[in-house]
Design a protein around this ligand. Sequence first.
Ligand code: TRP
Length: 453
Amino acid sequence: MEKRANFGSKLGIILASAGSAVGLGNVWRFPTEVGSNGGAAFICIYVLCVLLLGIPLMVAEFVIGRHTHKNTADAYRQLAPGTPWVFQGYLGVFTSWFILCYYSVVSGWTLKYLFSAIAGKVTTVTDSAAYFVEFTSHPWAPIICMVVVMLLCHIVIVRGVQEGIERSSKLMMPLLLLIIAVLVVCSFSMPGSEDGLRFLLKPDFSKLTSSVILSAMGQSFFSLSIAMGCLCTYASYFTDDARLLKTAGSVALIDTTVAVMSGFIIFPAVFSVADVSPDAGPGLVFITLPTVFEMAFAHVPWIGWFFAMMFYLLLLLAALTSMMSIHEPTTAFLLEHFQISRRAATRIVTLSCIFVGVLCSLSFGPLSDVKFLFGMTFFDFFDFVSAKVFLPVGGFIISLFVGWKLDRQLVRDELTNQGTVKMHFFSVYIFILKWVAPLAIGLIFLNELGLFS
Ligand code: TRP
């Protein structure tokens, strides 16, 4: 048997996992949610969700992956052979494959916007909404972009864990953090940015409704990459001396910082331009922001150009490191379960995702009339089923599995590295997994399905 791959260093472990967490969810989805859920109060609840639910669930996935050192499907088979829990392992692998099919489409858009920004087009179009629709509904342009980002991801994954994932994360993550710092400074220096800061820092708790709270929970799971095979698969490459709680804490800290900083980049800029609403929905970064870059920097256009270029580079880097982590669970599964080469496994995943991704991409253009179940287009269907059904179901099962089914001593051994590091509040941790997390996730799930609205 060939020796199984692992990450080479603790820094590599943290940067790769943070790379998975930091993604479109931080730079695109988080500001959108903050904008439509009233600002600072949403952020407070979000941080609470990360601490109380996000970190415990992330650790639970780490325990499963690191203990078995196997791909997600085989990990559950080893821990609970012949029981229905095995289903969760396959669900994790399937969910990540499923998410990749449409995540790659949006990642492709970021590539297109990066090139348009470099060419100076993003900041000079007169109607950015029309520009966005024209691009996304084009029969082949978005498909080419999607294929290119998939191939970039493919090149990394085919090289394996240390040479591919770890090395590229060590390169891309510091660059990403640097760009964020530069953009925050740029955004703060705009006249009128104080209103944006107030929106982000002064909580108005009267705006807190149950749906805001549940959205914050959903967003925290998505952003931390919880509940599909990603973290579990990465953890199977962790070395035995990696400290699971500390790693989860660092990843959550980086992820939350990047999300909040993205808010600090976007809202001061948005508020510095009158008559642009912060509550713009998913079009915020593709439609509202180009207008903001253009109007805010009308007097010094090159700053607008620079800002736009850096911003879309940030978005692309974030998307790529997450795509890698969504690609790896299925690749690892095919490779180990069917004993095929990494090259073959990577190729199967890449090609199948491109094939389905084409359908998702076309559903903004030529296939926009092809409606799937419940009148959804392909893209909407993939987005809905994965983010709103598979993720909550997966999180629910994982917390029950580690809270109720797994041997308590096994969990304790993993968290304390066989008793060599101290762990306080172990029983609180188990209590959260047994009761708090499943209940909270159950509520998110019912809310997402629209049962409370
Ligand atoms: N966390 C990533 C983001 O913020 C997306 C992502 C990667 C993800 N892996 C995941 C989301 C697993 C849910 C589950 O964009």
